[in-house]
Design a protein around this ligand. Structure first.
Ligand code: DAT
Ligand code: MG
Length: 151
């Protein structure tokens, strides 16, 4: 099933200069970039984005971290894009993330795990709508689709 997901390179990924490296992996997999922008997340947006974690011990440090500098937000599309991108990210704690995953290869601790990705199609829809307007999400055909997907 072709679907969209939301992904974000967090402030540490931007500061460490590995934005290109992360996006390269996603493009190499064939995930289509439908939207992309850099922004510094306002506190209110961060609270809405992470509302499911409100009240947990790591909630305030998480808000401080995610609002501490610019992030790169993306909408990606592909076959089972939500699960595919989660698998590429690896486990939340980079110590548990397999080598070969973004977190397993590029991060060390949970509080600096460099990427966010939606965990279900419902959260993907919610998060895409939180971060992007319709006119920022591009509909286009890529020339490799006939070879990448069975269409
Ligand atoms: P994920 O980012 O893999 O979807 P999550 O939604 O459970 O993980 O948590 C959101 C972020 O909050 C996560 O990327 C890092 C932080 N976090 C989660 N669990 C944590 C914990 N036990 N200690 C510290 N930070 C945590
Ligand atoms: Mg999550």
């Amino acid at each position: 099933m072709i679907e969209k997901t939301f992904m974000m390179i967090k402030p540490d990924g931007v500061q460490r200069g590995i934005v290109g490296k992360i996006i390269q992996r996603l493009e190499d997999r064939g995930l289509k970039i439908c939207a992309m922008k850099m922004m510094k997340i306002p506190k209110e947006l961060a609270e809405r984005h992470y509302q499911e974690h409100k009240g947990k011990g790591f909630y305030n440090p998480l808000l401080d971290y995610i609002t501490s500098g610019p992030v790169v937000c993306m909408v990606l599309e592909g076959e089972n894009a939500v699960a595919a991108s989660r698998a590429m990210m690896g486990k939340t704690n980079p110590q548990d993330a397999s080598p070969g995953t973004i977190r397993g290869d590029l991060a060390q601790v949970t509080g600096r795990n460099i990427v966010h990705g939606s965990d279900s199609s419902e959260s993907a829809k919610r998060e895409i709508n939180l971060f992007f307007n319709d006119y920022e999400i591009q509909k286009y055909e890529k020339i490799d689709e006939a070879w990448l997907l069975e269409k």
